[in-house]
Design a protein around this ligand. Sequence first.
Ligand code: FAD
Length: 391
Amino acid sequence: MVTVEELFAIDSLLSDEEREIRDAVATFANQRLRPHIADWFEEGTFPAREIAPQLGEVGLLGMHLEGYGCAGMSATMYGLACQELEAVDSGVRSMVSVQGSLAMTAIHKYGSEEQKQQWLPEMAAGRALGCFGLTEPDFGSNPGGMRTRAKRDGTDWVLNGSKMWITNGSVADIAVVWAQTEDEGKQVIRGFLVPAGTPGFSAREMHRKLSLRASVTAELDFDDVRLPADAVLPESRGLASPLACLSEARFGIIFGALGAARDCLAATIDYARTREVFDKPLAAYQLTQAKLANMALEFGKGQLLAVHLGRLKDRGVVTPEQVSAGKLNSTREAIAIARECRTILGANGITLDYPVLRHANNLESVLTYEGTAEVHQLVLGRALTDANAFR
Ligand code: FAD
């Protein structure tokens, strides 16, 4: 008997160091996070403050960034780490993605030296948490329409507006907030660093989610929030700045979603081998094997694509369209795998005693955030035809 990874000899694509890092993250995630995850999901909580320093200690926060206390690992290593975290739960990987690929990357790419020195080492250690506020109640797929505005008042900035669906939002020490500004009469989107506790800034946790329950999601409000001149990320200019951060986080999802799919497959194969129906194990029926074979095939193809894109990213040549293709494929196939696995588990599949419906529900969010599946289809359609079908 082989695992789905062994079936495709995935290990042979990885260096010794990559395998070691992947296995170390898997051990950490299985020992520290997996025993609690079903309870966190059921309770709709995630102890971000408690977990972040542990993630920081093993170098998982901003792990692909250079300097400032970050681990400076390759993109492929970062992807493999995301895969092992998401094999436990997409909520854990989301927390790490938002901290490292969104909030820290925004500061690393567009921040001043002072901003980097102030925030990045603390965030890498997990002592400070960050969030990334781009989406608004009326602007998700088209963030360019955002209504949040920062106006100059002398040398200060005054921020007004609101953000919605912000991961880590109500536990963050620092919010990276994207707002429209006016520069010589022209509208330009720029990033601002807004510390928690700034007068006029409030964050409210969102409840009643049926997906990513082990993840903090919040609404942010800005009511005449006065910020000093140096709150702006000086190198950020236009929508391209937050979109470049999103591309970083999307890359992690290419690997991450496959971790969730792999976890579903492992639990399901285990179940099917022991569950007897009509006097023999479920695994011995051709219909079950056809389902497993098809799922294993999609998982394997997804892994090959993920490693290929990791290699391109490590060479600095991956394109946003390729990242879109990977995100679309991994999330779409992972959710299909999770749902199909659920059928094999029958009624047991709907409980938190098995990970499959938890993963399937989480993947609904993963399919939607960092660009919906439809948005990535439009990105690929535009690349293939030169016709923009967004509007
Ligand atoms: P809409 O944009 O309203 O889309 C609705 C539907 O219309 C989708 O199916 C979409 O694909 C489709 N659609 C949109 N445009 C087109 C088009 N041109 N052609 C055809 N179909 C189209 N945002 C942040 O800024 N920071 C975060 O940390 C963050 N965390 C999140 C955590 C969770 C759990 C969730 C669920 C979301 C999070 N988001 C975050 C928000 C996420 O990025 C948005 O939900 C996403 O961009 C989609 O926006 P929307 O929900 O407004 O959907």
